[in-house]
Structures are given as structure tokens and as C-alpha cells.
Design a protein around this ligand. Structure first.
Ligand SMILES: NC(=O)CC[C@H](N)C(=O)O
Length: 372
């Protein structure tokens, strides 16, 4: 029997209308939106320079409230696979902007096109945009509020996205348990990516995933994990207070991305907003202890202010693009954190050893031999 194999799946081009992407500064970029997309969608306009990983990026809760501009000129050519590979249960961006959204998609695991997925999830998107000019503008002026809007829309008011507590919107609502090992990790879910959970569960641990405002400090646990998440870290005062209480117990603590910023704030340091953030999968970070450079996956708009860190802490990683802090560690207590994503998804897996470091710290602190 002759087997016919379909190499490419084709998603019919939807009918489109010309639309505008308006930035608060007054700049306007034109492109096309599907005809059914008639409303205005506001968000903080940010860009990601990754060539792949759009499914993971769109489902990363850290992008809540943002309009995500993909700088790679052709997005969507491997389609979208089942929700098991997503980083959360839904798309979190307020909108997506592309130069070209591929109508063809091909991958053994793809189930539908990116355009269809965005439409099904009611996420506004815009194609045919000069994303190079738009990115140059964001790099010069800094990220800013903006909107995807019909041509006739008049836009005179833009929300201040930094003032919103986005973590409250994306955090889990009730505690949830995973795994069956002896060690118990409390994972503070500020918008945790699923691959962090998958990475923690590779070790013989139980994970209790808790909401951002859940005070676990009176409970028994072996280590605390502080997740990534959206928005300005200073909006998370409740979480910062809980982390401060947890650190007073001297149990191992590990943070990723927002987790780093919250750990630093709990330790009395400050954070600040970067001009246009770091969003890609090839951010070079120097590990200062070994002088080795790692390629890292990043998605953040804020950073820890090095000068505000007390002498109890040291910087462990530095982003070589702008020298900003990419990792911190306490000198004598088992607290450490990285501004990048060692769990990857998307991105290089070169720093996955940090999960082992956390597990080892838990074993040492609870007096059990390390399992490597
Ligand atoms: N990925 C994240 O955890 C992002 C952290 C924070 N919201 C920032 O933009 O800096």
C-alpha cells in the first residue's frame, strides 16, 4: 500500500483588515488583523528576539498584561502542539505582533496553526508589521504601553501596567501537591512555568505549590522555591513578607526570575526597571565563580540593583550584554537565585544543574546524604 505523507499543513489565510499598533509615545505601526478582531487591546509592548519557542513564550504567565512582539521574521511554521507542552493552561499575553505569521505549519506533534490557536483563545494579534522598526523604537525609547486597534480608533488613555498586581491574577488559587519523595519543597507560585515543576519533580521530592499570599512558615518543609511571574516585583509585598519570614528559618531557598527580585527585596535590596528588558534564549551570563559563560533563556523587565545588596550577599552571575545582575547568593546561608530560566522551555538547558544544587542544599540542610 502506498503511504501518502503530508509534509505541510496549510491553515487558510483569514480575511484581514488594516489595523494600527499605537505606542503611548505617539508612534504608530501598521499591519493587519483578522476581520473579526474589532476591539482595542491594550498592553505593555515588549519584544522577544527568540527564533523559536513561541508556544512556551505565549503560555508563560510572566507575559501577563503584555503585547508581545516577535522579532524573528517568520513565526508559526511548526504549529502548536497539545497542551502538555505548554507552560500553563492558556495564553497570557494581551496581544501578539508578527512580521509574517506562517500559514504553513509542519511538525510531528503539531495539532493546529498558531493563527487558529490565537483565535480560539481570543488573543488579538497583528501581522505584516515592520517589527524591526518597532523593535528599534522600543530599544531607543524603552518598553511602553500601547494598543492593537482598528484604524479609526482614537487612543488617548493608556493604563499604567506597572501599577497592577499581575501576580494576583496568575497565581494558583489553592495549594496543590505533586510528587511523592521524602523532601518537601514549598513552591511559591507567582505565575510558575510548568517546566519548573517538571524540573523540580525529577528529584525525589514532594512539591506543595502555594498561592502568592499563602503563609507556610508555620508548616514543616525542607526548602522554598520562588517562581517567575509577571509585573513589577515591588507590587508583591505580601509575598516579600512571607519570603522574609521563611528566610529567617534558614531553610534552602531558590528563586527564578521574579523569584530573584523577590528574594533580593526580602533581603532589603532594591529592584529597578530595565529600559527594554531581556527577552530571548541566548542571553550570555558569566558565572563569576568559575568564569564560565552560559547561554540563558530570559524574560524579564526588572533587575536587582547591585549597589543595594547588603554585604551578606554576592552576585553570582552577570548578564554580559549590559552587566546587570543575573544571579545572587547569600554568603553563609543556603539562599540563591537566578534572573534567567534554568528550566529553559524554551531555550538552552545549560544551567539545569541549578536544580541539582537546590536539591543538594536541601539534603545537606535536612541532614540526609546527597543523592546525585
Ligand atoms: N519571568 C519573570 O519572572 C519576569 C519577572 C518580572 N515580572 C520582570 O519582568 O522582570
Amino acid at each position: 500500500m502506498v503511504q501518502i505523507r503530508t509534509y505541510y499543513k496549510y491553515s487558510m489565510n483569514t480575511m484581514t483588515l488594516t489595523a494600527q499598533l499605537v505606542l503611548k509615545s505617539g508612534e504608530v505601526f501598521y499591519g493587519e488583523v483578522p476581520v473579526h478582531q474589532e476591539h482595542i487591546s491594550f498592553g505593555e509592548v515588549v519584544f522577544n528576539t527568540g527564533m523559536v519557542g513561541y508556544v512556551e513564550a505565549l503560555t508563560d504567565p510572566s507575559y501577563a498584561g503584555q503585547i508581545l512582539v516577535f522579532t524573528y521574521p517568520l513565526i508559526g511554521n511548526y504549529g502548536v502542539s497539545s497542551s502538555q507542552s505548554w507552560e500553563s493552561e492558556k495564553i497570557h499575553v494581551r496581544g501578539a505582533v508578527f512580521s509574517e505569521l506562517s500559514p504553513y505549519y509542519s511538525n510531528y506533534s503539531s495539532q493546529f496553526s498558531l493563527a487558529r490557536w490565537l483565535t480560539d483563545q481570543k488573543i488579538p494579534y497583528m501581522t505584516g508589521v515592520d517589527t524591526r522598526a518597532l523593535t528599534k523604537c522600543l530599544r531607543t525609547k524603552g518598553v511602553e504601553p500601547g494598543a492593537i486597534a482598528p484604524m479609526n480608533a482614537k487612543l488617548d488613555h493608556f493604563e499604567n501596567f506597572d501599577a497592577i498586581n499581575w501576580v494576583e491574577e496568575v497565581s494558583i488559587k489553592e495549594p496543590q501537591y505533586y510528587g511523592s519523595g521524602d523532601k518537601l519543597i514549598i513552591a511559591i507560585d507567582c505565575g510558575m512555568k510548568e517546566n519548573i515543576l517538571r524540573s523540580l519533580l525529577r528529584y525525589p521530592v514532594r512539591v506543595k505549590r502555594v498561592p502568592f499570599d499563602y503563609d507556610f512558615t508555620h508548616e514543616k518543609f525542607d526548602g522554598v522555591f520562588i517562581s517567575n511571574g509577571p509585573g513589577d516585583p515591588v507590587r508583591c509585598q505580601k509575598t516579600i513578607t512571607i519570603i522574609r519570614k521563611a528566610m529567617a528559618l534558614h531553610k534552602p531557598a531558590f528563586g527564578i526570575c521574579l523569584g530573584t527580585q523577590l528574594m533580593a527585596l526580602a533581603a532589603g535590596a532594591k529592584t529597578y526597571k530595565l529600559p527594554f528588558g531581556h527577552r530571548s534564549h541566548n542571553q550570555p551570563c558569566l558565572h563569576l565563580m568559575t568564569n564560565r559563560c552560559y547561554l540563558t533563556s530570559q524574560n524579564h523587565g526588572y533587575a536587582v540593583d547591585e549597589a543595594s545588596l547588603s554585604s551578606d550577599w554576592r552576585v553570582t552571575f552577570r548578564n554580559l550584554n549590559d552587566q546587570s545582575v543575573a544571579g545572587i547568593e547569600h554568603h553563609s546561608l543556603p539562599f540563591f537565585s537566578v534572573q534567567f530560566h534554568p528550566e529553559a522551555a524554551p531555550g538552552p538547558e545549560d544551567t539545569q544543574w541549578l536544580f541539582q544544587k537546590f536539591f543538594d542544599a536541601i539534603c545537606v540542610s535536612s541532614g540526609t546524604p546527597e543523592v546525585s
